[in-house]
Structure formats: C-alpha cells, structure tokens
Ligand binder design. Structure first.
Ligand code: SF4
Ligand code: SF4
Length: 388
C-alpha cells in the first residue's frame, strides 16, 4: 500500500520456506499478482511467483564492474543474493506501454485512451535501495504535477513484501547514500532471514494494517528479543560487507559547476553510450513516444517506451542533437542524476544499488567517476585554475 512511513507494528517468526509459501497463498487469494525474484537466462530477474520454489533458493551472485555471475550457495537461503538487472519499474512503469489508439472513421478520427486495468501487484523481495527508488518515482510519477495515471493506479494497489539484505553485492554502495541495507519505510511486511543459530526462521515485521491482515492468516510465533537482535546483526554484517562508497559531500556543486574537467573526456573515451546504465537504473524514467499505423492507414496507436539520455535522438532539437559527444551525454546523465535531481525532486536520483556498474559493458563505476572528478577538482583548485 502507498504509505509514507512504516512503523513496525507487529513482529513474528515464520518458518522458511513454508511461511513464505503461506504469504504467497494469502496474497494470491486476495487477488494479487505476486511478483518476485526468479531464475531466468543465468540471472535473477523479477517474474511471477506462485510457489516458493520459484524463488532462487540456494543461489547467490558474484558482481563486479561489467561482470555478473550466479553461483550456488552452501545453504538454502531464499534471498541470499543482491539485486539483478531488473528493477520494479519493469512492472510499475513498463518498458513499452500503449498510450492511446486511434481509428479513422467517416466522421473523423476517434481516439481511445488505453484503460488497461493493471490489477493488484504484490512485490515480494523488495530491497531497501529499491524501496527508496520507488519512493523517488512516487515523487515524480505519483505526487508530481504530471502524475502518470497508470503508475499511480499500480502504486495505490500495491502490496510490498520487503527483505532486509543478508548479502551485499559486489557493486552495492547503498550505505553511503543512507538507502540500505535495512528497510525502514514503505513496506507492508518486511522479512529478515536469520542467522544459522535460528535455522529456517524468518523474522516478519508488519508495517501497515494490510500487512497485519496478511500476517493474521498464516502460522507464526511471537518474535523474541533474541530474534530481533539476530535480525539486526544480519543487516549490520551486510553493511560492513559493502566494498564501495559514494562521496556525496558537495557533490551537487561539484557537478553543476565543473562541466569542463578533463575527467569527463577520460570517461567518455571508454563509454559506448549504449544506455545500459539508464535501462537498469531503478530511478531513471525518461521515455519517448512512437506512433504506428497499420497497413490500411485507418488504425494507429501511440507507444511510450523507455528512452535514455545516452542516445543521440534524446537531445535532438531542430537541426541536430544538443549533446552530440559522448562526454556531454555522460556528463548529462551523472549531473542530472546526482545534482539536478536534488533541485527538481528534492532527492538524489541514485540509491546505491550498483546496477549501472555491474551492467556497464566496459565496467564504468559511478563511485569511481565521482571520486575522480572530485580529486581533479581539488587538484585544480589547489593550483588556482579549477572550473569553479
Ligand atoms: S556508462 Fe557504461 S552502460 Fe552507461 S552508456 Fe556508457 S558504456 Fe553504456
Ligand atoms: S545510478 Fe547506478 S547505482 Fe545509482 S540507482 Fe541508478 S543504477 Fe543504481
């Protein structure tokens, strides 16, 4: 459900995996389409989940710049992996969506707005960084002056089963952006897989009335202080595993005031402008529209598709693209995401999920680029010839 805050209102212990199956069953009975992590094409992606065995049980991932690989764990953890190439925007703001269809008649053209009832979605396994990303989208697509009706409809009917991370991916850096690894708000239920001392036990925290109602329908025990402490320890350990940080202090001024630092060119020499980073990013929401007509010319439709500021067309105005070089496009992406978003939406556009690092084919690392830009600026300032 769309909630600003999720005060913990009830804590219970359920068995894994039977307790999770019970949660899926209750949500399905309540009319939700349950989506969660699944194994597909050698990656963990989001898809329909009707059985707990649809989850990637006993799998984990190895992630590094430009590298993603699945590996067997030595246990049967249900959520022992980090985020994959999919984010929840695939379902809340789909890659392709029909905006309207049009039909030519003798009396003129009739436009029909698309009114596809998206139905109720239950998201199972939402990480803290992803909850933060959804809240960023809420500001733009739900609460903003140009709300997207389809997003708003999906969002209002959504049930969130969040998961506290027990495994930091090789490219995660949510801690430095205060976006994880503990889930703090915006969930109906939050799960924590406990340490081996509490074998096959999951701490479930209800954060809304809807969450309490689901929990009331499944077998559970009251959580003890020991369970809560064990869950806290899991998250603490995950936080200490994170090998990357993003230097956020003064980042807005650094990026907005220094468009001519040599590092923009250095990174552009490697960047393929493929747009992968924007496609996998859970907060990027830029789109374009295309009109298609059938062969008779009497029926047409307008399709909205994800777009990327890395394409030449994206900044095409009369006569050409405003951002014709790779360096200007990389600078646009980074400056918009980490600086201009703060002016526009009151928040950074980055939640530290690390996807853009993992899925960049040449392994460009956003944390490394920010650090390099900062170092260059400081060196130039020390010599008195900075951009700023
Ligand atoms: S930074 Fe990487 S993923 Fe993004 S456009 Fe450049 S090459 Fe592609
Ligand atoms: S910019 Fe990169 S690390 Fe930040 S939210 Fe987007 S994909 Fe994740």
């Amino acid at each position: 459900m769309l909630t600003e805050h999720s005060p913990i209102v009830e804590r219970s212990i359920i068995d894994a995996p039977t307790g999770i199956q019970a949660v899926i069953d209750v949500l399905s009975r309540d009319g939700y389409r349950v989506l969660g992590p699944t194994l597909k094409d050698d990656a963990i992606v989001y898809g329909d989940v009707s059985r707990v065995t649809d989850l990637p049980i006993g799998w984990t991932d190895i992630q590094a710049p430009g590298r993603y690989q699945l590996k067997r764990r030595c246990d049967r953890a249900l959520f022992g992996f980090a985020v994959g190439p999919h984010s929840w925007k695939h379902f809340l703001y789909p890659p392709n969506a029909r905006v309207f269809s049009a039909r030519k008649t003798r009396d003129g053209v009739i436009f029909t707005p698309v009114d596809e009832a998206p139905g109720k979605l239950a998201l199972l396994g939402v990480r803290a960084c992803e909850l933060n990303a959804i809240q960023v989208h809420d500001r733009v697509l739900h609460d903003g002056p140009f709300a997207d009706p389809s997003y708003a409809s999906r969002r209002r009917q959504m049930f969130v089963v969040a998961v506290n991370c027990s495994h930091a991916g090789g490219t995660c850096f949510c801690v430095s952006l205060a976006c994880g690894p503990a889930v703090e708000a915006g969930f109906d239920l939050a799960l924590t897989e406990l340490t081996p001392a509490f074998r096959d036990a999951i701490l479930v925290e209800a954060g809304s009335e809807a969450g309490i109602a689901v929990l009331a329908q499944i077998a559970r025990q009251s959580a003890t202080q020991e369970h809560v402490a064990a869950a806290h320890a899991v998250v603490q350990q995950t936080a200490t595993q994170m090998g990357r940080t993003m230097q956020t202090e003064g980042i807005k001024e650094l990026l907005q005031n220094n468009p001519h630092l040599p590092r923009w060119k250095t990174v552009a020499d490697r960047c393929l402008t493929c747009g992968n980073c924007t496609m996998v990013c859970p907060t990027c929401f830029c789109t374009t529209v295309e009109d298609h007509s059938d062969i008779s010319g009497e029926n047409a439709e307008r399709i909205r598709s994800w777009d990327s500021c890395f394409t030449l067309d994206f900044s095409y105005l009369h006569g050409g693209s405003v951002r014709s070089s790779a360096s200007s496009r990389y600078r646009q992406w980074l400056t918009h995401k980490l600086a201009n978003w703060i002016d526009q939406f009151g928040t950074s556009g980055c939640v530290g999920c690390g996807r853009c690092i993992t899925w960049c084919p040449v392994g460009i690392d956003i944390t490394e680029e920010v650090a390099a830009l900062k170092a260059e600026f400081e060196a130039a300032s020390a010599q008195g010839d900075g951009d700023a």
